[in-house]
Unconditional design. Sequence first.
Lengths: 268, 252, 270
Amino acid sequence: MVTIARRDGAGLLIAANAIGGTLVYYAPVALLLLVWELAARAGWLSAELLPSPEATYAALRDVLASGELAQQAYVSLMRELSGLVSSVIAGAIIGIAMARIEWARLLLRPVITFLYPMPKSALIPILLLWFGLGDMSKIAAVFLGCLLPVVISSYNGARGVDPLLVWSARSLGASKLGVLWKIVLPAALPDILSGIRMALALSWLLLVSAELLLAEKGLGYMIGYYGDTGDYATMFAAIITVILIGAFSDRLFLHLMAWSLRWRTLSS
Amino acid sequence: MSKILFSGVRKEFPGHGAAPVVALDGIDLAIERDEFVAVVGPSGCGKSTLLYLLGGFLELSGGQILVDGKRVTEPSPERGIVFQHFALFPWKTVLGNVEFGLAERGVGKDERLAIAKRYIDMVKLTGFEETFPNRLSGGMQQRVALARMLACNPDVLLMDEPFGALDAQTRYILQQELLEIWRQQKKTVMFITHDVREAVILAERVVVMTARPGRIKAVLNTKLTADDPRTKIDDLSEEIWSLLREEMALAS
Amino acid sequence: MADSVVITAPPPSRTASLVKSSARFALGGFLIVIWQITVQAGWIDPYLLPAPSAIALRTAQQLVSGSIVSDTLLTLYRAFSGFLLAAVIGISIGTLAARYKLAHWFFDPLVSIGFPAPKIAFMPLFVLWFGLGDQAKIAMVVLSCIFPIISATYLGTASIDRYLIWSARNLGLSQRRIVWKVVVPAALPQILSGLQIAFPLSLIVTVVTEMITAGGGLGGYMIMSAREALSEQVFVGIFVIATVGYVLLAGFDRLRRHLLRWHTETLSGL
């Protein structure tokens, strides 16, 4: 919690408090790490089942130093971004179009209702057939997986726009397209961003799955490879990297959300 | 012996800094049996807090509250309460809500049904027994809340700005119906509101509170009879308003 | 009476509703027809995209003589087991965290890290621990589904209107009975929202785990078909799982609507 700033050393106090707050917050994680370390030391964990923290850390250092981790991470991140960005743009356009144009809604809605329940992971084998082992199959997996959640949340957001806002804009001379861009999109933004956040989590699931199954590069591939070759410490290091990237990207996105929605009053 | 007695009632809440927030600072008030008392005051003056203390939902920081000579320590159906936003159990029908307290007491099914129906009729909601609250208007929901409270046959009615969330017309109708019920059933009522006129019309006495920390600023007799001139309501309201204006000027 | 009940709009005319309901299938039907024509005409390689007729035939054949029925049941068994286990554990943790500050302090950071993280990354580790059987898959489903359930349960139980609790106490309810008679029903909408996210997730994850371990079920069926270049069978798998998913989710939605028929209608997605 933030304390009231005092004139003397105020900045230091606030910073110390903030850091203290974060430390307390993540203390349970530190606790678990401690338990892990103790269990490894006590010999309860065979190196096969769960590598010790030291081994994992050593493996992590090695794989960072050799640049391999950075390389694989880069590949995965590029795939992730391409898939995500394209699905967000496509999804938002489709969703908003459906909300504002009656015939688009009539035509597309039943198709989406039918496609939505299908587990997107089921598409991975097809993508293998179509695109083989390259980047495209992963990007397509991410794209297809994220498309519908973004469409649906954009649709909901655009539907919920107060018609009075639209009428005000029209009476001030905005064109139909202008209204879409300047009024509907910002008003629907909270819902769209929530949908993207959900899609983000799903996209990591699909990317890692696709990379575990059909890839020669990337973090998912790395996990599978080191698992197969019995180097469990490096495998675990890769797993942890993936988990942290997933969690961190969500955190980052939350900040982005808060920043882009800073104009929202408490009532909205 | 007074029905309800507040002696030196104090209530503090933990504040953001070092000092606690004093909501109520020494309230002394006696409410007689079957009396209808209203409490008005500027926002944040603690009038609702006073009600919640009497209801037993919050703990006193100082002083005591006696009902029939016994200290209040926890909620009880004998001091029934109605809230501004109805607080109906949305997953239960009207009937389910009204017979809730009876079921808790272990009243048998048929008897429960009969009693509940009687009160549903009393609040003029006959026919809506199987309806869920989400299909009812605000005024109807508040009637259900009233019936639910009355079904337990409390001696004391606690009302926390009960008509504040309703439109003016519904408010007027329910005020009249509340008076009806009070006259017929003979209950002691403590009624919180920020609507001065409502307080004058409904209550026999109006307690005016100061801004925070809340104390009693004045108590006015607002008993109305058929002989009173039509302007009496306006005069009383104006008198209370000027008292409130003083307090609001202090608060800002 | 000045009060009025919420009024619903009058039903549309017969012809209008007939047109509207057949329009549902317009785009879908149209696309299927185009699909059939383009493949038959040879414009699209039937290996990459088999004709709907071929898929239909293959589906019929597989249903009769193939393993697809037992595979589907296996997948459903794994998904349901994982989902139910996740529901029980998740709801327990969520209510615990809402009730006890210590529990909340402990689980909060774990959930906030775990929720968005791709738990599937642990699959090779789970295989190491549990082998290639059902356990590893069900465990992964539990791990994946538990976070939205914990989160939703916590939100639902922690944010209950205090006036509801006070009304219940005012009407004579003891503290213990309040949990079952008030807290759980009041939190039900939120809890069901969490379950509604977890439910399709359980299917997705089950299928993925089956693919990764080539361990039977619909996922195993599809990945093996893909590896053996039997593209028609892959599509059969997709069709079956899409249908199963659709039916299950529709069923879940109905159940949810029934359980929440008292709830104020919220703006829902398609």
